[in-house]
Design a protein around this ligand. Structure first.
Ligand code: GLY
Ligand code: MN
Ligand code: MN
Length: 427
């Protein structure tokens, strides 16, 4: 509880759509994309009972608005050399369209803010809020002045192409990803908060880990831990894979009974305040690594440490990009240890090393771009040898700093001796 209170005290600026950070992000996008208007559709309310309503994350990033059916339109800063400058300068720079309230629907999913509610500007942080049914006519009038529209790929692009068949539809995802890759202090605090709750969940799992338990019992304790900590959901389906399942990268059935002598991959993390974490630890079910498990574990840990030591602005995370962290980890794995046939282990590192983390666990990014201070990535090497029923992954969340890196999940031990000591504390 104390941790939750501290979190709200530290990052008030991301709570609620009116925080200035959302308006600043919109302004940056308008200043960067000067050749067209931006149209983003928020998520719609659906009948799906599996998941509650969650906002589309690009929309959330730019508005902080968490109710369904909204539409965002941004018009660019007028170019000083543009002959239609005066006319364009009179346009609203930002419009939020909200659906009218539907009282029969509100009985099911609760009160929404309507476009004619008195407090609409103060609540949304938008000076201009219009009813969603005026969106099409407003778009048509804006398109008399602009040739291009930025929209997210998929349904939105198709909808814009239908409404504006003679206009060019450009990809909004790439310019928004460029903004999303560099986190603000408030975002870094939010990721740290999700990471701290996830660390507690891993510790809770270690306290109950023993042969004979089911993988789902571990997942239940972990998700229960971070939800009791005030996090709304898992950042992704929890992965608890023992023995043979440890070699399946995104195993999520979590249905097997764990045996003594096996390792258990736990790739489990929370989403708190809309921001994700992503942490993996691999531990022995009975509290002791076998000699072979420890050998493979130490190679994965060595690869991870080598990659984290190399994190700094300018490095990249792609497999084939220059100054690649992936290559550092791959080369380490490929030059340490052998499989049962005397062959090197690089071929058992079958996934990438890193991805960005933020509103999405695999956050919006361009993996070709060099790292910059303020970016948050995972560093997650793994070796998976099905023939030996050994899968080891170690994954941490890492903030790129001016000079190097800060491991946001560093409070959770990864050293095999420390893990064995922690497991020895079990009841
Ligand atoms: N938890 C998913 C991943 O590590 O990419
Ligand atoms: Mn990951
Ligand atoms: Mn993961």
């Amino acid at each position: 509880m104390l941790r939750i209170l501290l979190f709200f005290a530290l990052v008030p600026e991301l709570l609620g759509a009116v925080s200035p950070e959302f308006a600043q992000r919109r302004e940056k996008l308008r200043k960067e994309e000067t050749d067209g208007i931006v149209v983003l559709f928020g998520a719609k309310e659906s009948e799906d009972l599996h998941f509650g309503f969650f906002q589309e994350n690009n929309f959330l990033y730019l508005t902080g608005w968490e109710e369904p059916g909204a539409i965002l339109v941004l018009t660019p800063e007028p170019d000083k050399g543009d002959p239609a400058l005066v006319e364009k300068a009179r346009l609203p720079r930002e419009i939020l369209f909200l659906p009218q309230r539907v009282p029969s629907q509100e009985k099911w999913t609760g009160r929404k803010l309507g476009p004619s509610d008195a407090n609409v500007a103060a609540t949304t942080g938008f000076t201009v809020v219009m009813p969603a049914e005026q969106f099409e006519s407003k778009l048509r009038s804006l398109l008399e002045m602009y040739q291009s529209v930025y929209a997210l790929p998929g349904e939105a692009t198709a909808a814009i192409a239908r409404l504006a068949p003679l206009r060019t539809v450009l990809d909004a995802a790439a310019p928004i990803a460029r903004l999303r890759m560099e986190k603000s202090d408030a975002e870094i605090s939010a990721i740290q908060r999700a990471t701290d709750a996830s660390i507690e969940a891993h510790r809770a799992a270690w306290r109950i880990m023993k042969p004979g338990e089911f993988e789902y019992e571990i997942a239940a304790v972990m998700t229960g831990s971070y939800m009791m900590d005030g996090c709304r959901r898992s950042a992704y389906a929890p992965i608890v894979g023992s023995g043979p399942n440890s070699t399946t990268l995104h195993y999520s059935r979590n249905s097997r009974r764990m045996d003594a002598g096996e390792v258990v991959v736990m790739d489990v993390a929370a989403e708190c305040g809309n921001y994700a974490s992503d942490i993996t630890r691999t531990v022995p079910a009975n509290g002791h690594f076998t000699a072979r498990q420890r050998e493979i574990y130490e190679i994965v840990l060595g690869a991870q440490r080598a990659a984290i030591a190399a994190v700094k602005p300018g490095m990249t995370i792609g497999k084939k990009t220059p100054d690649s962290l992936y290559k550092i980890a791959y080369d380490y794995i490929d030059t340490h240890g052998k499989d049962l046939h005397g062959e090197s282990l690089g071929k058992y590192f079958v996934h990438g090393l890193s991805h960005h983390v933020g509103l999405d666990v695999h956050d919006a990014s361009d993996t070709r771009d060099p790292l910059k201070a303020g970016m948050v990535i995972t560093v997650e090497p793994g070796i998976y040898i099905p023939e030996e029923n050994i899968g080891i992954r170690i994954e941490d969340v890492v903030l790129v700093t001016e000079k190097g890196a800060k491991v946001l999940s560093g409070a959770l031990p990864a050293d095999p001796d420390e893990i064995e000591r922690a497991l020895a504390q079990r009841k």
